[in-house]
Design a protein around this ligand. Sequence first.
Ligand SMILES: *Cc1c(COP(=O)(O)O)cnc(C)c1O
Length: 420
Amino acid sequence: MTLALHGGDPVRTTRWPLWPQPASDAAQQLAEVLDSGRWSISGPYRGTDTKERTFARMFARYNEVGHCVPTASGTAGLMICLEACGVGAGDEVIVPGISWVATASTVLAVNAVPVFVDVDPDTLCMDPAAAEAAITPATKAILVVHLYSALADMDALRDLARRHDLTLIEDAAQAHGAVYRGARAGTMGRAGAFSMHHTKVLTCGEGGAAVTADPELARRMAELRADGRHQPDQPPSLNEMELVTTGTLMGSNRALSEFHAAVLIAQLGGLDRQNEQRAIRASVLEKALADEGFATQQTSEGTEQRTYFGFVIRLPEEFDSIGSAAVGAALSAELGLPVKPIYPAIPASPLYWPGSRRRFDLGADYRRRIDRTRHRLPVSERAAARHLTFHHSALLGERSDVDDIVAALGKLRDHRAELG
Ligand SMILES: *Cc1c(COP(=O)(O)O)cnc(C)c1O
C-alpha cells in the first residue's frame, strides 16, 4: 500500500457531507424578507416583528437567557460584549493562548490589552491557574473560549472571577447548545458571544449574537450595534422608522440583516438534532481511536452536553518527528477531507499582528503592553504540533465514516517512515 499523498489508492473516495445544510424552511423565510419592505432593523415598521427580533427571542429562549442581541458577525458580538461590560482603553483582558484570532483581535479593537495565558493540555481551554497568575491591578475581564468541542473549566473560572471581582465573558462562537451543569454555553458569565459564520454549527453565512441575563447590559449591547438606537417596547405607527434615538450611548452599525436573521430562524430548528448526531458519531470515533492508541480532546468535568465544532485528535509520540502539518496533509489525502493542525498559539499566529495596523499605534506604553513576544505559553505553543482537527460536518454522515478515519490513521502509522 502506498500513501495517497505519494500516488497510492486513498482509503476513501466517497464524498463527505456538504456544509452548510439549508433547513427545509430557509427558502420560505428568505422569500418573506424579500417581499416584506424591510431588509434591515434600521427601517420602517411594517406591522410585524422583524426577523432579527424574532430570532433574538428564539435564541434567548433556546439558551434560557433573558436577552439576545443579534450582530453582523461573531466578532461584532464579542465587541459589544466587551464594550457593554465597560472594557475599554488600557484594560487588561485575560484570553486563552489558543483560539481563533478574533478572540484577541476584538480585545485590541476596544483598545484594551489581551493578556494571553496558557491552556489545559487535555481540554485546550484556558487553564484557571494560569489565568489567576496573570491577574494584575489592570485586569478587567476574563474572556473564556470553549474550543472546538470542549467546555472550559467554568467552576474554577467563575470562582476566580468572583474572588477578584473580574467580569467573565464567554466566547461561545464554537459551542452553540453545549451544556455545563445545566447552563448553556454563553450564559455562564456576565455576557456571551456567538458566531454564525459559515463554518459554525449554527450559521447564516456571516452573523453573530450576544446574550446576557442583565436587561441594562442588553440595552447597551443593542445601542452599541445600531448606532446608538434601540427597538422600542411598543412598535411605532405603520411605516414609521422603528428604532428610537436616545442619545445615551454612541454605537456603530453592527446589525444583522433581515436576510441573515431569516436563515437563522430556519437553521435553529435543526441545531439540537445535528448537535446530537455529531455527539453520537464523535463518541463512537473517540472509542475506536482510543482502541488504536489515539487520544482526543477532553472536556471539563461538569460538561453535560458536549457539542462539536471540530473533532480534535492528539498524535502519539511516534509522530513527533513528522509534525502535525505533514500528518494532516497525508490524512487529508487518504480521506478527501481537510484535516489540519489546530490553531497555533495566538501570539505566534501570522493572523495576529497588531503592529500592522496604524490604529493600534497608541504610544510606546501601549505598544509595549501588546508586544506579541512577551508571552510564555509552552502548552499552547506545543499543542498545534501534536493535534489535528477536522470540521464538524464530517460527523454528520454515515456510521462507516468512523471506520475510514480510523483506517486512514492506522495506514499513516504503518507508513510513517515514508512521511519523515
Ligand atoms: C468564529 C470565531 C469568532 C469570530 O466570529 P466571526 O463570525 O468570524 O466574526 C470568535 N471566536 C471564536 C472562538 C471563533 O471560532
